[in-house]
Design a protein around this ligand. Structure first.
Ligand code: FMN
Length: 188
């Protein structure tokens, strides 16, 4: 099973990529294949038209479409900005639909404050349902992110480590249930 982790923060001095790297390591430790998609390294132009409708789809969008199609399940990582998830993530999501449909998607939100981006997480759940995907009910909220990692980017927050373990367990359960169902459907 292949898991794409999409980092929806490109801010200078950003923090959200740290939990994405942590999750990637944890998933790899469970023997899962991962694809870390960093929108800072793979920038997309502002949406002029979506996949399938654009007369000259930008190459970066084509490549991202292929990577998303190749994933069996996904994790979206986003900071909370002004009470919602990031604009750069929304711009990326708006290009696609079939890349997401019938896939499990886990939500991870990051904030500097104590609430861990709960508003962003709740709103992102709605968007995930709108693209025909299955939003994982358990969300991973990362509060006080500036104190949650060491200088060498190791996770030091016990609270977040515990939340991450539960999130990964739940994510793996849903993602593998859908994956097995699809495999069974193919072999009929
Ligand atoms: C434009 C902007 C808006 C923000 N709005 C919120 C907010 O609504 N709620 C919150 O808890 N933190 C807010 N913050 C603080 C972010 O949660 C914090 O900067 C966190 O590190 C964001 O992740 P990032 O470092 O990957 O950008 C905001 C930060 C920025 C840059």
């Amino acid at each position: 099973m292949r898991i794409a982790i999409l980092i929806g923060s490109i801010r200078q001095g950003r923090q959200s990529h740290k939990i994405a790297h942590y999750l990637q390591k944890q998933l790899q430790g469970k023997g899962l294949e991962t694809d870390l998609i960093d929108l800072a390294e793979n920038p997309l132009p502002m949406l002029e038209e979506r996949v399938g409708m654009h007369p000259q789809l930008p190459q970066a969008v084509k490549e991202l479409s292929q990577r998303l199609h190749a994933a069996d399940a996904m994790i979206f990582v986003t900071p909370e900005y002004h009470g919602s998830f990031s604009g750069v993530l929304k711009n990326a999501l708006d290009y696609f639909y079939s890349e997401f449909s019938r896939k499990a998607i886990g939500i991870v939100t990051v904030s500097a404050g104590k609430l861990g981006g709960v508003n962003a997480a709740t709103q992102l759940q709605q968007v995930i349902l709108s693209v025909g995907a299955y939003a994982l009910p358990v969300k991973l909220l990362v509060p006080e992110v500036y104190g949650a990692f060491s200088d060498t980017q190791e996770l030091t927050s016990e609270h977040t480590a515990k939340s991450a373990t539960r999130f990964i367990d739940e994510f793996y359960w849903l993602a593998s249930a859908i994956y097995e169902k699809k495999k069974a459907a193919v072999s009929i």
